[in-house]
Design a protein around this ligand. Structure first.
Ligand code: SAH
Ligand code: SF4
Length: 426
C-alpha cells in the first residue's frame, strides 16, 4: 500500500518538474513515506530522520518531508517537529494529493508546513504516478480497514473502508496493459470487503470476473484477503477464472482460539481449517501462505503450541512471521499479560524453523513438475539467469534470453531450495 502511495508521490513530484536521483546530495526534496504497522518500521524512520540532519545543515534549501501512516498517529506531528526541526513538511495518509500545494507553500513562506487530516475524504482519482518498471503493477482497489484487530494500528492511520468504483479500476488496468504491464496486484487491507460500501453494492468476486475478461492481461493477484470474509462464491469465481492466480494469502495470525478471540479476528481455528480444506478441494494445485504473530498479550506456551500445531496441520507454502509489538492506541497495547521479549524471541525462532522445514519439503515435491512461469526479468544475483513466478507465487530461476521477459513459458523444476526453485525451459 505504501509502495503504491510512493509511486503516486513520485508521479506528482515529476509533474512538478523534479527528477529522481540516487545521490542524496543532489536532492532538492526528500520525502520519507512511512509505515508504522510494527515498531521496527517506525524505528527505521527515526534513524533515517537523524541521518538527514547534517545534509539539511549543508544544503539549507533542501526540503525534507515525512508522510504516510506514522504521521497519522495522534501527537506524532508535534513529536517530529520537536525532535527533528530540520523536517519542514509533515502530512498524513488522507491528503497525499495535496503534495504540490504543500511544497509550494514551503517555498513561498519558507517555514514548516504540517497538514494532517483526522478523517478520510473522498477518493481522489487520476493522480499522476511513476510506477515501478517491470511486468507487475500495483492497483489499489480499496482504502482503509473496518476490522479493528486488537493489535493493529492500520484502521487508525488509514481510516474506514472505501472502495474505488469498478469502472475506475478497469480503466486503470486497461491503461496499464497499454503501457506493457502483464500482471496486476490488487491492493486493499481486506480485499474481500470490496464493494460493500458502493452504490449499487458489488463484490470482490464481481470485480475479479470483470478483470478476468480483459485481453492481454496475463495474471491477477490480490493482497490481502481476510479468512473470515472468504466465501464460497469467491473460491468458485477464482476456480473458474483464467487469470486469477491459485495463490491464497490468508493471514491466520494465531493457531489457538483464545488468542484469536482476543485478537478480534472473527474466526476460530476450526473455521480457518474448513476454509483451507474447501480451497484445496476446489483448487487442488493452489498454494496457501499466511502471516503469524507470536507473543500476543496473554499467549501461553499452550497457545503457542496450538500455533505450531496449526502450521503442521495446514502445511503453509510460506509464512510471514512477526513478533507482537505494542502499537499505541490499540486495545492490545493495554492488555494484561504482555509477553517477555526473550519468550517472544524463542517462540519466533521455533516458528521460523518449523516453517522453513515445511516450505522446503513442499518445494521438494515440485521437482520434475512443470509450471507456467510469467518471466519477470533478469536475476540480479546471477545475470545469466531469468526469473519469474509460478501461478502459485513461487520464484523460479532458469536460463533464457531477455526477449522472453514479459511472456508466459513452461518450465520444468530441476532443483529446489527453501526460498526459490531452479528450472529448465521446455
Ligand atoms: N490487512 C492485512 C494485514 C496488514 S498488516 C490482514 O489483515 O491480513 C500485515 C501484518 O502485520 C499482519 O497480518 C500482522 O501479522 C502483522 N501485524 C500487524 N500489527 C502488528 C503488531 N502490532 N505486531 C506485530 N505484527 C503485527
Ligand atoms: Fe489490521 Fe486486521 Fe485490518 Fe488487517 S484486517 S489491516 S490486521 S485491523
Amino acid at each position: 500500500m505504501n509502495e503504491r502511495d510512493s509511486e503516486i508521490l513520485a508521479g506528482m513530484l515529476q509533474e512538478m518538474g523534479y527528477q529522481p536521483t540516487s545521490e542524496l546530495k543532489e536532492a532538492d526534496i526528500i520525502l520519507l513515506n512511512t509505515c508504522c504497522v510494527r515498531e521496527t518500521a517506525e524505528n527505521k524512520v527515526w534513524g533515517r530522520i537523524g541521518e538527514l540532519k547534517a545534509l539539511k545543515g549543508e544544503f539549507p534549501d533542501l526540503i525534507i518531508g515525512i508522510c504516510g501512516c506514522m504521521t497519522q498517529q495522534p501527537d506524532m506531528a508535534a513529536k517530529i517537529k520537536k525532535r527533528a526541526p530540520h523536517v519542514e513538511l509533515i502530512f498524513g495518509t488522507h491528503n497525499i494529493h495535496r503534495l504540490p500545494e504543500l511544497v509550494d507553500k514551503i517555498k513561498v513562506e519558507r517555514q514548516s508546513v504540517i497538514e494532517i487530516l483526522e478523517t478520510e475524504g473522498n477518493i481522489v482519482e487520476n493522480l499522476p504516478s511513476k510506477r515501478a518498471e517491470g511486468i507487475r503493477a500495483y492497483v489499489t482497489i480499496m482504502y482503509g480497514c473496518n476490522n479493528f484487530c486488537t493489535y493493529c494500528i492500520v484502521p487508525y492511520v488509514r481510516g474506514r473502508e472505501r472502495s474505488r468504483q469498478p469502472d475506475d479500476i478497469i480503466r486503470e488496468v486497461q491503461e496499464l496493459i497499454r503501457e506493457g504491464y502483464k500482471e496486476v496486484m490488487l491492493l486493499g487491507q481486506n480485499v474481500n470487503s470490496y464493494g460493500k460500501d458502493l452504490e449499487p453494492k458489488t463484490q470482490f468476486a464481481d470485480l475479479l470476473q470483470k478483470l478476468d475478461a480483459i485481453e492481454d492481461l496475463a495474471r491477477i493477484r490480490y493482497m490481502t484477503s481476510h479468512p473470515r470474509d472468504f466465501d464460497d462464491r469467491l473460491i468458485d469465481v477464482i476456480a473458474s477464472s483464467k487469470k486469477v492466480c491459485e495463490h491464497f494469502h490468508l493471514p491466520v495470525q494465531a493457531g489457538g482460539n483464545n488468542v484469536l478471540k482476543e485478537m478480534n479476528r472473527g474466526y476460530t481455528k476450526e473455521m480457518y481449517l474448513e476454509l483451507v480444506n474447501k480451497i484445496r478441494t476446489k483448487i487442488p494445485q493452489s498454494s496457501i501462505t499466511t502471516d503469524i504473530i507470536v507473543g500476543f498479550p496473554g499467549e501461553t506456551d499452550d497457545d503457542f503450541k496450538e500455533t505450531l500445531d496449526l502450521l503442521q496441520q495446514v502445511r503453509f507454502d510460506a509464512a510471514f512471521t512477526f513478533v507482537y509489538n505494542k502499537r499505541s492506541g490499540t486495545p492490545a497495547a493495554e492488555m494484561a499479560g504482555q509477553v517477555h521479549d526473550q519468550v517472544k524471541k524463542e517462540r519466533i525462532q521455533k516458528l521460523i524453523k518449523l516453517q522453513n522445514k515445511i516450505s522446503h519439503e513442499i518445494n521438494l515435491v515440485q521437482l520434475g513438475r512443470t509450471h507456467e512461469i510469467l518471466i519477470e526479468g533478469i536475476n540480479s544475483a546471477n545475470p545469466d539467469l531469468l526469473e519469474g513466478r509460478t501461478r502459485t507465487n513461487k520464484l523460479v530461476l532458469f536460463k533464457g534470453t531477455s526477449e522472453m521477459i514479459g511472456n508466459l513459458f513452461n518450465v520444468r523444476i530441476s532443483d529446489s531450495g527453501t526460498w526459490h526453485l531452479d528450472g529448465e525451459l521446455i
